[in-house]
Design a protein around this ligand. Sequence first.
Ligand code: G3H
Ligand code: 13P
Ligand code: ZN
Length: 331
Amino acid sequence: MAVSYKDIGLVNSREMFRKAMEGKYAIPAYNFNNMEQLQAIIQACVETKSPVILQVSSGARKYANQTLLRYMAEGAVKMAKEMGYAIPICLHLDHGDTYELCVSCIESGFSSVMIDGSHLPYDENVALTKKVVEYAHKYDVTVEGELGVLAGIEDDVSAERSTYTRPEEVEDFVKKTGVDSLAISIGTSHGAMKFKPEQCTRNADGVLVPPPLRFDILDEIEKRIPGFPIVLHGSSSVPVEAVKIINSHGGKLKDAVGIPEEQLRKAASMSVCKINIDSDGRLWFTAAIRELFTEKPAEFDPRKYLGPAREKLVAMYKHKNENVLGSAGKA
Ligand code: G3H
Ligand code: 13P
Ligand code: ZN
């Protein structure tokens, strides 16, 4: 039976983006697929009084079970209220690849969907995105489209090489499709291995620094569609501390380099209203579990290793909201 997101207590992204644009910050869009991640996101966002977008990929929806997910989202809304601060929560489909998937998510309580036609020829991307927008808007569900292709490989999301967004296409795309926000490609990419070491320089501490994002393209896009909400995917910073912990406790993460936080801060102060972060959470979760297993090899109660991992996530999300996205205190 279909359920409206409004009955669950969720909100769409429209008002969130309007305020983020005005206040020059970005809404955190954190991916989740299990209970500990969701608990950590809600706890961190309530404690920092930040609005939040809970993102679910099609792979995550299959993993968690689509019926259970709808109740997890409802539970998240209630949990925030019980914690004493009812932050705005949006449930968003990340990288939707078909019209049917978007419809199914809307019918099961999502308040926002992404239709990712970025790999399609331009006209097909326009047609597919428009079709999703026409359906979604009937239910006051917001839609994110994408122009330009990000590099990186992430389960269902893959592209070998990136193609930057062409600013000359954005105005036409937004007008023809009616989308509420637009994901663009300006040098970010999915996953933990975003750049090869040979593409980076080293700073004084020996840390690899990747080439800067293409703020010139973002500027040009802003000029063409002023005040229109822009989305950045692939925005994990790949913290060296987490990678070090993983690699010194039996892991093998070679050449992991992410997007420097200052660059995300700068993007958030421009027209970027939503910043997608998944890999950083995966890294801290893995780091905490590896560390615990090394220190306490006899441990076999999942709560004893998932609990500390959840604590790491809470700290990470709070840090992002407070120091990177600027969303803390905006709920
Ligand atoms: O951009 C993709 C997200 O990180 C989701 O990844 O498809 O492995 O759930 P996933
Ligand atoms: P990261 O892999 O950089 O965390 O990006 C996540 C993302 O874009 C989800 O859509
Ligand atoms: Zn993405």
